[in-house]
Design a binder for this molecule. Structure first.
Ligand code: 5GP
Ligand code: ZN
Length: 137
């Protein structure tokens, strides 16, 4: 994709701090880290979000994400770690090339918990939700 900043990073036409790659996925440091070591894992091919990745691409992203989670936590001597992905505008996505965030966490780092969760399901809510998801599988 011509105008995609992450496609340009994969192609090397704009610079990045490359961390690692495999056949279908590429990883580099986020330019505005939540904490040092914050890494983004992306498909090499332009896919806008998780819905556009192929199963093979997603497996490659997942493999690299796991590998880098282990390395980043160890390298940064972190106390914890978040794996996060925003999809579509209303899912909080700013850059429209799929990416998984790996964020090392430190005690008292002040980085907010990614999701603010709500009270438990009302009566019958969990069952109805489960049915909808299972029907979509
Ligand atoms: P999103 O909000 O879409 O999940 O995250 C986009 C991420 O991309 C942000 O964390 C932002 O700091 C990072 N980012 C945006 N532009 C660039 C860039 O040019 N280079 C790098 N390395 N990271 C970028
Ligand atoms: Zn792209």
């Amino acid at each position: 994709m011509e105008d995609c900043i992450f496609c340009k990073i994969v192609a090397g036409t704009i610079p990045s701090y490359k961390v690692a790659e495999n056949q279908l996925a590429f990883a580099f440091l986020d330019i505005h880290p939540a904490n040092p070591g914050h890494t983004l894992i992306i498909p090499k091919r332009h896919a806008e979000n998780v819905f556009e990745t192929t199963p093979e691409e997603w497996r490659a992203i997942a493999d690299l994400t796991r590998e880098l989670s282990i390395a980043v936590e160890k390298a940064m001597n972190a106390d914890g770690l978040n794996i996060k992905m925003n999809n579509r505008v209303h899912g909080g996505q700013d850059v429209m090339h799929a990416h998984v965030h790996v964020v090392p966490r430190f005690k008292g780092d002040g980085v907010v918990k990614p999701l603010v969760q709500k009270p438990a399901y009302h009566e019958g809510g969990a069952e109805a939700t489960l049915e909808k998801i299972k029907a979509a599988l």
